[in-house]
Design a protein around this ligand. Sequence first.
Ligand code: PLP
Length: 463
Amino acid sequence: MKYVSTRGEMPKIDFKDTVFEGLAPDGGLIVPERIPRLSEKEIEELRKLNYQELALKIFKYYISDIEEKDLKELIEKAYKTFRAKDITPVVKVGDIYILELFHGPTWAFKDIALQFLGVLFEKLLLETEKKINILGATSGDTGSAAIYGVRGKKNIAIFILHPYKKVSEVQALMMTTVTDSNIYNIAIEGTFDDCQAIVKSLFMDLEFKRKYRLTTVNSINWARIMSQMVYYFWVYFRVSEKENCESVRISVPTGNFGDIFAGYLTKLMLGKKRIERLILATNENDILCRFVNKGDYSLREVRPTISPSMDIQVASNFERYLYYFYNEDSKKTKEIMEKFAKEKAIKFSEEEVKRVQKDFLSASINQEETLETIKEFYKETGYILDPHTAVGVKAGLKFKDKYPLICLATAHPAKFPETVSKALGFSIKLPEEIEKLYKLPQRVEILPMDVEKVKTFISEKAI
Ligand SMILES: *Cc1c(COP(=O)(O)O)cnc(C)c1O
């Protein structure tokens, strides 16, 4: 499999070349040159596999430059850190299915992609005898997942900036208690936006970037998307077996459009409306919901909510969807994205909206409804949802009909104990593994909101 850019102006590259890349050189996003459509027979073969075997088969459709036995080893290694034997267990709660994506080391779904990316990075760096320094800013989930993905790995150091005392206590502990020598947590005396601004300016300093071989692990990385397709296949097989049916609906709490885009590609690969529709669930940051329901993709201010990992306006993977929506027409994709960059809004026609709605349904759930859902769902079923999952469950239930409903649980409630306890009216019990974090030694560098100070720190520690 070769890879191309959504804007059509990049020579074809191999999978390995996509791994350390963010944007394509023409400003587009990297996509496989085709999405395989599976036959009935291939699908039935996949049904029989365990999670790791399934991952290997799916990855093989997209990777032709890593040997099968190496790939198998990487997958085994990546998912060893998960607490659940099935990696992503499917549980029936009331009359819906919950796909639990939070059994990795940082108790949220980003582990599924970043545990794999970590081992993949290490392998490719060993092959080429290169070293990299990863730099990123986090408001919580991505930073901790990236840190756990690369802890103890050779030839990689990671520098993660978070706003000092402005992420949840559990989220901060999940980062600062990782004291491996290649991990550097930097708490900035400022906001998340300040952290992002510092990171951005360091990446714009081309000399600094080159000298320290700075790399990102952002959500447009193709290998991350690919890793997330596996659990859509997985849950489709488990639920269609249980319900003895062909079609299911899947509700996805959405921010950057990465997770649900993996679902969309799986829908294409499975064909025949096996995934009947995807339900795109947003919080009050509803640009994608307005797109699906009204064809209105226009930028508004980001509003902070109780589901912070979905507080996003410009969904970085959206361009990939547009590319497939317009039948891989890179000229059209480029034209629209350039228009969006200028006007901060795209308006889609009625005919286009109808076409979008063949694949997606969407609802935006406000914070009151989210708290209410956590409370009601617990009362009815005894199952505790985290605020992100609650957004997905509420949106899913709005569209419940004859299709079995699957809701993705993207984080464990213990990651957001303050909000969940508030909704329930009592303090939730933390799992032992999280409780333990409070007693572990921490390592964190507290720095002022000053680019030069961060620069000096990185240049002293970088590998
Ligand atoms: C990142 C994240 C999301 C949003 O996923 P996208 O791929 O950005 O759409 C939802 N829930 C949780 C808990 C997350 O960490």
